[in-house]
Write a protein that binds this ligand. Structure first.
Ligand code: ADP
Ligand code: MG
Length: 254
């Protein structure tokens, strides 16, 4: 068969389109055929027990992990293609981790500017202006000269979000963004995420915050053992899970 006939196709006009994604670490198959789509402007929350493959899935979507097989389209472009420009892929997808991963030796402002300058090639003044806009958005405009160690965990995470936004990504992936935070700091971070969602940002959020999933999510995906067991409207899945594994998981976390 010709290359043309076998080339994978995106299934319509989705922000993210994951098709039959498999990922092995050695002999360990941690993603066993994942299929789903995210539409532009949607917020998709991903839940599931530890080790179910949630982080690996997110990391495959911006190619921090190499998928073993399967196809991923981001905004119609096949990012699993061997010729893809990885810097370009990653600069279109903002990622926020549980551990904020700020550079400890740099001020907040430098943290927000460095990738803008190095990856996007922006001039310092332009990078600073974009950084200020995003610091304002996360409510930390007055902290641009602070070092990360002088900020609370919640503030550091909001800085990490502002840093990702400063790359002006088309979508944002959050991997348990509030799991490392003291409970009283979680709300401010969730509020920033909620604001982003209402501005129309496309988001995938791995989270244990069921309230956020219920209130903000357009779709809830439950993963277990490397597969999507169940997905649907968050309010329906949380109130009336159809699968025994979903019921059992929710009974432990709700
Ligand atoms: P989750 O985020 O749902 O807790 P992960 O995606 O982190 O799950 O992990 C899924 C499985 O893959 C786990 O069994 C984990 O040990 C394994 N795994 C994750 N990353 C690696 C890696 N870099 N090397 C080997 N195994 C890994
Ligand atoms: Mg994880």
């Amino acid at each position: 068969m010709s290359e043309k006939n076998t080339a994978p196709q995106a299934r319509g006009d989705h922000a993210i389109d994951v098709q039959d994604l498999h990922k092995y670490f050695g002999d360990n198959e941690v993603l066993k055929g994942i299929d789903f789509t995210v539409d532009a402007g949607q917020v998709v929350c991903v839940i599931g027990p530890s080790g179910s493959g949630k982080s690996t899935l997110l990391r495959c979507i911006n190619r921090l992990e190499e998928p073993t097989s399967g196809t991923i389209f981001v905004a119609g472009e096949e990012i699993t293609h061997r010729d893809v420009d990885l810097d370009k892929v990653r600069s279109r997808i903002g990622m926020v981790f549980q551990q904020f991963n700020l550079f400890p030796h740099l001020t907040v402002m430098r943290n927000l500017c460095i990738a803008q300058e190095k990856v996007k090639g922006r001039k310092r003044e332009e990078a600073v202006a974009i950084a200020r806009k995003n610091l304002e958005k996360v409510g930390l405009a007055e902290r641009e000269d602070a070092y990360p160690a002088h900020l609370s965990g919640g503030q550091q995470q909001r800085i990490a979000i502002a840093r990702a936004l400063s790359m002006e990504p088309q979508m944002m992936l959050f991997d348990e963004p509030t799991s490392a935070l003291d409970p009283e700091l979680v709300g401010d971070v969730l509020q920033v995420m909620k604001d982003l969602a209402s501005e129309g940002m496309t988001m995938m959020v791995v989270t244990h915050e069921m309230g956020f999933a219920r209130e903000v999510g357009d779709k809830l995906v439950f993963m277990d053992g490397g597969v999507i067991v169940e997905e649907g409207d968050p309010r329906e899945v949380l109130a009336d899970p159809q699968h025994e594994r979903t019921q059992s998981f929710l009974s432990k976390v709700l």
